[in-house]
Design a protein around this ligand. Structure first.
Ligand code: PLP
Length: 445
């Protein structure tokens, strides 16, 4: 076979892709009938495909390329680390400089007493760690029956057996024997779609109180933790009503339940602060991180853990870990990525300048007759497509058909937006400029 390069005709690349490459979250046969768009390079907020088209990536890859594409410093950091020490593990009384430095840096950046980091290769792995960590913590405290973890319908925490069970995506639960035992779900704070006649604040309180109802139904002595994304991302960028998180915080405090904030999307500047927990004013015991930690340049995730939980685990052998936990090259790249975010004041610029600009432009999309709401926090937003704004009605066609068509139209227009059912999402690189925001809105409209 000829060497496969970007000089090959696109149709040939597509045929090889369809024949041999099984794609995640996809119907494989679609790749044979239509052919995937082949992405060959990227700079800043733009991708280039094999036909030479320049595409504005308003999704930062999969919500992860926070510092934008083409950052030479990250390439250099990886190369330097590969020369020095390409791999070693941190099991069995060994450690290495990148893992030490990254853990210490994350402890400095994370709020409160979140001072300890358990590394993983991805967000899914980190959430699997969290399940075992929470259950081991309670067992070590002499309360092994506190096995139950409560999560939310339509939340997303990954697609492994554990993290997919925490998530509340029915499509994931319908395949492969999920959820695992003792993971329970409550409703999501999605006022626009589910709030009916209630005000957003009433609805937010009602949904938060489902947590207390579930705790009482199961028995507070059996509940170990509640996990949620500060703002649900893959579920459609569901920004909760203001009443929601204070009530959740009151409930977890009242019953002494661990709070896990899944910051895989919200972390590292996405909501306009370093962490979504700061934007939503919550005090988690554990934060899940991945994606923006390395801006997607290397696969890495982890759990940032508070003093109390880490202290209890420190006294036992925690039989858990991954070959690539704290991988030196991934850790070195993540550290360099955090340096860029900090020294270039990217989070501050998002907070003070570009996110307010994007918000003003993005919310103007609500003037479109098919847009029911347009909401955004920091650099993550979504619009609801509707046939009737006043009634907050859904399209009669299969859920997602209109969103799918809209996404395809955007794609043809060289703009990447994502659709979740009939919600259209943006989550651009945090370095997007005001003129690139204008282009985004122009291509979306
Ligand atoms: N948690 C959240 C909030 C996510 O959005 C995702 C991925 O989109 C994950 C966890 C899973 O991360 P990964 O795909 O790196 O396993």
């Amino acid at each position: 076979m000829n060497k496969i390069t970007n000089h090959m005709p696109t149709a040939q690349l597509q045929a090889l892709d369809a024949a041999h490459h099984m794609h995640p979250f996809s119907t494989q046969n679609d790749f044979a009938t239509r052919g995937a768009r082949v992405i060959t390079s990227a700079r800043g907020v733009f991708l280039r495909d094999s036909e030479g088209q320049e595409i504005l990536d308003a999704m930062a890859g999969l919500w992860c390329v926070n510092v934008g594409y083409g950052r030479e410093e990250l390439v250099e950091a990886a190369a330097r680390q590969m020369r020095e020490l390409p791999y070693y593990n941190t099991f069995f009384m060994t450690t290495h400089i990148p893992a030490i430095a990254l853990a210490a840096k994350l402890a400095e950046l994370a709020p409160g007493d979140l001072n300890h980091v358990f590394f993983a290769g991805s967000g899914s792995e980190a959430n699997d760690t969290n399940i075992r960590m929470v259950r081991t913590y309670w067992a070590e405290k002499g309360q092994p029956e506190r096995n139950v973890i409560i999560a939310r319908w339509n939340g997303y925490h990954g697609s492994s057996m554990g993290s997919g069970s925490l998530g509340g995506m029915v499509g994931i639960h319908s395949q492969g024997g999920l959820p695992i035992p003792d993971i329970l779900h409550i409703g999501q704070p999605h006022w626009w779609a589910e709030g009916g006649e209630m005000s957003p604040e009433e609805f937010g309180l009602m949904r938060a109180r489902e947590l207390e109802e579930k705790i009482l139904e199961v028995g507070p002595e059996r509940v170990g933790a509640f996990i949620a994304e500060p703002v649900q991302g893959a579920g459609g960028v569901i920004i909760p009503p203001d009443s929601y998180w204070p009530e959740i915080q009151r409930i977890v405090d009242k019953y002494g339940i661990l709070l896990i904030a899944d910051e895989v999307i919200c972390g590292f500047g996405r909501t306009g602060n370093w962490f979504g927990s700061q934007t939503l004013d919550i005090r988690p015991h554990i934060m899940t991180i991945a994606k923006g930690l390395s801006s997607g340049y290397q696969p890495i995730g982890g759990s940032i853990v508070c003093d109390e939980v880490a202290g209890v685990l420190a006294a036992c052998e925690f039989n858990h870990g991954y070959t690539y936990s704290g991988h030196p090259v991934a850790a070195a790249v993540a550290l360099e990525n955090l340096r860029i975010l900090e020294e270039e004041r990217i989070v501050e610029t998002v907070h003070d300048e570009t996110a307010p600009y994007l918000k003003q432009k993005f919310e103007s999309l609500a003037d479109h007759p098919m847009v029911g709401e347009a909401r955004i926090v920091g650099m993550m937003g979504s619009i609801a497509l509707t046939p009737d704004k006043a009634a907050r009605a859904k399209f009669k066609a299969d859920a997602g058909t209109v969103g799918y068509i809209t996404r395809e139209r955007c794609f043809a227009n060289n703009l990447i937006m994502r659709h979740v059912y009939d919600r259209m999402i943006v989550s651009p690189p945090l370095v997007i400029s005001k003129s690139e925001i204008d282009l985004l809105i122009q291509r979306a409209w």
